[in-house]
Design a protein around this ligand. Structure first.
Ligand code: BGP
Length: 509
């Protein structure tokens, strides 16, 4: 309920802040003895043409084996922005200082696995990589921000993908466990909050670019994000569940003070009509939505997957001890990215495969959409939070929520981004409502509080930040930082612990 002295519904100590990922900010892909990662091959996809290399049409977020091989041999032919990021590797001090200037309490970031183990499975960790994150965590603490760290955010070491097919192989599970153990021991006491895999459920739709890192192969359909060998994708998911659970167990052993959570891309579905069949479709789609967090939070495969696996001839290969590992490695808290909601229409199949489309095929006439077609649904945020809490009764952290837009920046990197302020205000309002409903939420991280490279399209011009970075999609620019109008709004919001959401008293300093 409302705190009488602060007027806020948000609990004291609520973790306001923002979220990033190593592959989208660090750059310096070949410095500090870092090994190549899958993300180093994600091509720039312009929104105008949705075309990549030399005019070839490129489906959103897809990558073919031929493209990967070509980019390995001729990287100069490609625009690969994730190799550059926003140069956080060299400029983290000034960039973190800007976030701290908004009053951030939490900074979500990820560790680049190939900075610690260049090949993913080397005999010894890379001290230069370890030292870099020591410096970043120290700086966060100096600035009063708690680091919340994802172990693997879409950037698995390339060597593991090429040699082992990523998480198709248990070798990658073992390598992940060792990596996790290494960083838990090194950063014990410095990092209180960990996450295992970013958006673990996206392996179904983007098996290469997401952390499953199954190589795109035209023969099994994995080059196409909407088709594919489902049996293989679910086996990869199983291996990732085991890897995640092993990391949870290690984390608890090594640092009993630390907490570790999961992270799923939360897709709330609405039925297109009151027709019971459409409602049934919502139930089916929700199964694929819940499956990942159910295993990670409850420690076992949910009942509803059995029929799907049976009818689709999917047999998960489990090793002895896997079920016990899943049970022992349940997460301490659950986290989501929340961007949009979906509309479901009955497809005429009793147990359909997940549609997996990132943007719903059916438009919701009641919602506006972003410039990238992502429906904006603040009320859906409250609904989804209630659903999650009802299911798990675990504390929730918002790992991502935000608006990518084309900003017309002036020479100081300033823009009157009222659209971003409006998005933030309406989502925080509904977050407050969910907390009043009784949902236990302990933090909110805006995605991309500083402009960064987009995950899906590798654009920098899809800007999410409150802080702008003078950079374009081709790596030109001074890296100069600017403060957008939303910078001052979020600062005011944080200072009031979410009590002051008004947009008419924003002080531009
Ligand atoms: C999530 C990812 C992030 C992030 C965000 C926005 O799926 O976890 O890494 O980038 O989406 O997506 P995009 O960058 O494609 O706009």
């Amino acid at each position: 309920m409302v705190n009488s002295s602060t007027g806020s519904v948000f609990p004291d100590g609520f973790l306001w802040g923002g979220a990033t990922a190593a592959n989208q900010i660090e750059g310096a892909y070949d410095e500090g003895r870092r090994g190549l990662a899958t993300s180093d091959f994600a091509p720039f996809i312009s929104r105008e043409a949705n075309r990549g290399y030399e005019g070839d049409p490129l489906p959103h977020n897809a990558m073919t084996r031929e493209m990967l091989d070509d980019a390995l041999e001729h990287p100069e032919k490609w625009n690969l922005p994730k190799r550059r990021g926003i140069d956080f590797y060299h400029r983290y001090r000034e960039q973190l200082a800007e976030l701290a200037a908004m009053g951030f309490k939490v900074f979500r970031m990820s560790i680049s696995w190939s900075r610690i183990f260049p090949n993913g499975d080397d005999a010894e960790p890379n001290e230069e990589g370890l030292a870099f994150y020591d410096a970043v965590f120290d700086e966060c603490h100096r600035l009063g921000m708690e680091p919340l760290v994802t172990l693997c955010h879409f950037d698995t070491p390339l060597n593991l993908a090429l040699k082992y097919g990523g998480f198709k192989s248990r070798h990658t599970v073992d390598a992940f466990e060792r990596y996790a153990e290494t960083v838990f021991s090194r950063y014990k006491g410095k990092v209180k909050y960990w996450l295992t895999f970013n958006e673990i459920n996206n392996v179904l739709t983007n098996p290469f670019t997401c952390s499953g890192v199954v190589l795109p192969d035209p023969n099994d359909g994995t080059h196409n994000p909407y088709k594919g060998d489902w049996a293989m994708k679910y086996q990869v998911s199983h291996n990732q569940f085991v890897a995640s659970a092993k990391a949870v167990i290690k984390c608890h052993e090594i640092d009993p003070e630390a907490k570790i959570g999961n992270m799923v891309c939360r897709l709330e579905n609405y039925a297109e009509s009151p027709k019971p069949e459409d409602q049934l479709q919502v139930l089916f789609e929700d199964h694929f939505n819940w499956f990942y967090s159910d295993v990670q939070a409850k420690g076992e495969y949910p009942y509803y997957m059995k029929r799907f696996f049976d009818e689709n001839d999917i047999h998960i290969e489990m090793e002895p001890g896997d079920e016990e590992t899943l049970k022992a490695g349940t997460v301490d808290f659950v986290t989501i990215s929340y961007y949009m909601t979906y509309i479901m229409r009955y497809k005429g199949e009793p147990v359909p495969k997940p549609s997996g489309s990132l943007v719903s095929a059916i438009k919701n006439p009641y919602l506006e959409a972003s410039e990238w077609g992502w429906p904006i649904d603040p009320l859906g945020f409250r609904i989804t939070l209630n659903h999650i809490y009802d299911r798990y009764h675990l504390p929730i952290f918002i790992s991502e929520n935000g608006l990518g837009a084309v900003d017309q920046l002036d020479e100081n990197g300033y823009v009157e981004d009222d659209y971003r302020i409006d998005y933030l205000k309406r989502h925080v309002e509904q977050l407050g409502e969910a907390i009043k409903d009784g949902v236990d939420v302990f933090g909110y991280a805006w995605w991309g509080p500083i402009d960064l490279v987009s995950s899906g399209t590798s654009e920098v011009s899809k800007r999410y930040g409150f802080v702008s970075v003078d950079l374009d999609d081709f790596g030109s620019g001074t890296h100069k930082l600017g403060r957008k109008k939303s910078f001052y709004y979020y600062k005011k919001l944080i200072a009031s612990n979410g009590a002051d959401l008004s947009t008419d008293n924003i002080v531009i300093e």
